[in-house]
Design a protein around this ligand. Structure first.
Ligand code: HEM
Length: 489
């Protein structure tokens, strides 16, 4: 009670002392990333969001809570992201620190930088089809929802990388069998039910019967992944594998089947399914949102777009940027890297605090002593809009990253607060894969297409992922128009 009374001195809306309903309702309205920033502007670095739930905006605290070796486990909010059966755990919501550490270590190599060479061809296939779809749109002159097409791209890349097979979104251009809708309703359900996790086992069973519910969406995605794995050809080594020649494009499931056959006790069929599911749920919306953010900010900042295009064009002239921009080439373009970094700062995929539980012994955070069991979290948006670290935080300035290179202390401050992929032991496992997808596609789009948008300010919906809903653009193929001009002359 002493702790309780002491923590009552933490500021926040009065009602949050008594009930989680206020937080539930704000999340339900789908704009919590902005609410969260405003709360900190009003109340300071520590704000009560619900009884025993505290949102933090403090660089030092970021390290305490998420830093490597921290013992802050994920909170009960993550329960909403898993099947209520404790045996059917998955990596992202796993609250068991030991089990999580073991499985993460076991599969980390599948996501490592050195694995990317296996995946690059998959990304190229999907980028080719996306470019083809954009050219078709140019010819018919209609507008298109770029957010939707990025989602088709991200979904299909994950399909190829994970199961060796596109889902077919880019080919068909629409939401095949309602998968995107199912994933969206799963997001909404998990985000909200996580606030009252004790309801999850009861609601999940009942709601699974209702087709439009998030629980049914989860069941659908789970079945979908199971089917993809069952229909995947069994792994069979090629002559190249036997003789150890150049790596062929090997998908995730193939790699895992190989590991399972070598070590069946450590890698099981359940692992295969669980990792496949994690990729689909964690890897499609997030990448699509980040791609949208980059293009949206480029279209609203023409001088930045011009500068990026000049960089890509000059690399192309020098023969350092191939038609299907390689990952290596993309990494050598400094302005491109700054643009990507800044766009992910301005609009991060996740928009709720990454809730963690204070471990045994309590913790000192931002001048308060929190007891064991209190729930604390930093929202990426709050960290990224901290004016002390990112002055003029609401303006898109890729230059801030380039200028900070001259001032290592400043750059360190900025990097400490930069967390689009989360931080520490629970940082995004698919980070390199998404950077691969993003870095290869953006220069290609900027070089080959002109986009215009009449959307002055887009609408976004935050159901944990902050998704734009109306990113309408018109597209013109750039190289084609140049060729046309040459032909006309
Ligand atoms: C730009 C794209 C992406 C962003 C912004 C992003 C962001 C994040 C964030 C913030 C977390 C930590 C969440 C938390 O602490 O609760 C996370 C975890 C995770 N992400 Fe990503 N992600 C992206 C792409 C991907 C992709 C492409 C994959 C898979 C191929 C993926 C797989 C995962 C997994 C498996 C976890 C859980 C890791 C763990 O708990 O150990 N992500 N991601």
């Amino acid at each position: 009670t002493l702790h309780h009374r002491y923590l009552l001195s933490i500021p926040g809306p009065l009602i949050t002392r008594f009930t989680k309903l206020w937080y539930f309702n704000r999340v339900r309205l789908r704009g919590f990333e902005r609410d969260n920033i405003r709360l900190h502007e009003k109340y300071g670095p520590v704000v009560r969001i619900a009884p025993d739930h505290y949102s933090i905006r403090d660089r030092v605290a970021v390290r305490t809570v998420y830093g490597n070796g921290s013992r802050f486990a994920k909170s009960a909010w993550y329960e909403g992201w898993k099947h209520p059966d404790p045996n059917r755990w998955t990596l992202f919501p796993d609250r068991d620190i030991r089990r999580h550490g073991e499985s993460r270590k076991r599969f980390a190599s599948l996501y490592s930088m050195s694995s990317l060479v296996h995946y690059e061809a998959f990304v190229d296939n999907c980028a080719d089809i996306l470019a083809q779809r954009l050219r078709e749109r140019d010819q018919c002159g209609s507008t298109l929802n770029l957010g939707h097409w990025f989602q088709c791209y991200a979904f299909d890349v994950i399909g190829e990388i994970t199961f060796g097979q596109r889902f077919g979104f880019l080919d068909q251009g629409h939401d095949i069998e309602g998968t995107i809708t199912a994933l969206q309703s799963l997001m909404t359900y998990s985000t909200l039910v996580g606030i009252y996790p004790e309801w999850h086992p009861r609601l999940f069973g009942i709601l699974s019967w209702f087709k439009s519910s998030g629980a049914a969406g989860r069941a659908y995605i789970m079945q979908f992944v199971q089917d993809k794995i069952s229909s995947h050809a069994p792994y069979s080594p090629t002559q190249d594998d036997v003789e150890g020649r150049a790596p062929k494009a090997q998908d995730f499931v193939e790699k895992m089947m190989l590991a399972r056959d070598k070590n069946p006790e450590k890698v099981t069929d359940y692992h295969l399914y669980m990792m496949g599911l994690s990729n689909v749920v964690a890897g499609s919306d997030t990448t699509a949102i980040s791609l949208s953010s980059i293009m949206y900010h480029l279209l609203h900042n023409p001088e930045v777009l011009a500068k990026l295009r000049a960089e890509v064009d000059s690399f192309t002239t020098l023969g350092r940027c191939s038609p299907r921009v390689t990952f290596k080439e993309s990494q050598e373009m400094p302005y491109l890297q700054a643009v990507i970094k800044e766009a992910l700062r301005m609009h991060s995929a996740t928009g709720l605090p990454l809730w963690r539980v204070v471990p045994a012994g309590g913790a000192e955070i931002s001048g308060y002593r929190f007891p064991e069991g209190a729930v604390v979290g930093v929202n990426t948006w709050v960290a990224h809009y901290d004016e002390e670290v990112f002055p003029e935080a609401s303006t898109f300035q890729p230059e801030r990253w380039i200028e900070a290179e001259q001032d290592p202390e400043r750059l360190r401050l900025m990097n400490d607060m930069y967390m689009p992929f989360g931080l520490g032991s629970r940082t995004c496992l698919g980070k390199h894969i998404s950077i691969l997808e993003i870095s290869k596609l953006i220069p290609r789009l900027v070089r080959d297409f002109d986009f215009t948008t009449s959307t002055a300010r887009w609408t976004t919906e935050n159901s944990w992922f902050v998704k734009p809903t109306d990113f309408e653009v018109q597209v013109r193929a750039r190289l084609d128009s140049k060729t046309e001009r040459l032909r006309a002359e």
